[in-house]
Design a protein around this ligand. Structure first.
Ligand SMILES: Nc1ncnc2c1ncn2[C@@H]1O[C@H](COP(=O)(O)OP(=O)(O)OP(=O)(O)O)[C@@H](O)[C@H]1O
Ligand SMILES: [Mg+2]
Length: 230
C-alpha cells in the first residue's frame, strides 16, 4: 500500500545554549499508511514533537524530504504549506494552542473560520457532537477555565473538525484519566479505521497497544519501526 505521508532521511538541528547544534532528527525514515494508527514513542527530548511538526509541514527539515501523495512539502513555500495543512492535516499540539478567551465550541470551530465566511450549520453540529463524544461538559465559558484534560479534548475535537485525511496528535491522552484516555485512544483508532492516517506521539501504553505501527525514537534516530499484530 502507498503511504499517505512519508519522511525520507529527515535531519534537522537546533541551536543549543552553548552555541553548538543538537540533532533533533537524524536521518529519520518513516512511512504512514492510510487506515493505520501509528504511534511514535521514545524518551523526552528524542525528537517526537519535532518529527510530528515536520510531518505537518510546520518545521522544514534541513535535510531529507516529507512526501505527501508525491508532493515534497519542503518544495512548497510557507503559504502553500499552510494551505496544504488546512486541507490535509488535523493537529493536536502538545501545548494545545487553544485561544484562551474562546469557549470550547468556538475553539473547535476555528479551522472552519479559515474556510467559510459563515460556518455551515452542519459543521457547527459536528463540532458539538465531537465535544459530546469526548465527554466534555455542555457548559460554555473560556477554555482557560477548563482543566488540562478538558482542553486536550477540545484540541482533539478541533483537529478532527474538518475530517482531515491525516490526524497528528502530540500526547493526546497525556492529561487524561484512565476512562477518558481510553475514550480518546478508541476515537483515534476509530478515525484510522475510516481510512485516515493517524499518527500519535504517546507515552501511553494503552494507546500504544492499539497501534498498527510503533516507531521508537532515541536521540533523534529511529531505533525500531515495527508493524504490530494488534
Ligand atoms: N524550538 C527549539 N529550539 C531549540 N531546541 C529545540 C526546539 N525544539 C526542540 N528542541 C530540542 O530538540 C530535541 C527534540 O525535542 P522534541 O520536542 O522533538 O522532543 P520530544 O521527544 O517531543 O520530547 P517530550 O517527550 O519531552 O515532548 C530536544 O533536545 C529539544 O531540546
Ligand atoms: Mg514532545
Amino acid at each position: 500500500m502507498k503511504p499517505t505521508l512519508e519522511a525520507v532521511a529527515v535531519s534537522t538541528t537546533f541551536a543549543d545554549a552553548g552555541g553548538g547544534r543538537i540533532a533533533a532528527l537524524d536521518k529519520v525514515d518513516a512511512r504512514f499508511l492510510p487506515g493505520q494508527l501509528s504511534v511514535i514513542v521514545g524518551p523526552s527530548g528524542s525528537g517526537k514533537s519535532t518529527l510530528l511538526h515536520a510531518l505537518a509541514g510546520i518545521v522544514v527539515p534541513e535535510e531529507g524530504r516529507i512526501v505527501s501523495d508525491a508532493v515534497d512539502l519542503s518544495t512548497l513555500d510557507e503559504a502553500r504549506r499552510d494551505a496544504w495543512r488546512l486541507t490535509h492535516c488535523g493537529m493536536v499540539f502538545q501545548d494545545f494552542r487553544l485561544i484562551d478567551e474562546l469557549d470550547a465550541l468556538a475553539n473547535t470551530l476555528l479551522p472552519a473560520q479559515f474556510k467559510h465566511v459563515r460556518v455551515p450549520t452542519a459543521l457547527r453540529q459536528r463540532a458539538q457532537s465531537l465535544l459530546t463524544e469526548f465527554g466534555l461538559p455542555a457548559r460554555s465559558g473560556p477554555v482557560a477555565r477548563l482543566s488540562r484534560g478538558e482542553q486536550q479534548r477540545v484540541a482533539l475535537a478541533r483537529a478532527m473538525l474538518l475530517d482531515p485525511p491525516v490526524l497528528l496528535a502530540d500526547e493526546a491522552t497525556a492529561s487524561l484519566d484512565a476512562e477518558n484516555g481510553q475514550r480518546i485512544a478508541d476515537a483515534l483508532l476509530a478515525v484510522a479505521r475510516t481510512g485516515k492516517t493517524v499518527i500519535a506521539v504517546t507515552h501511553d501504553d494503552k494507546l500504544s497497544a492499539l497501534a498498527d505501527q510503533r516507531i521508537m525514537l532515541k536521540a533523534g534516530r529511529v531505533v525500531t519501526a515495527e508493524q504490530t499484530q494488534a
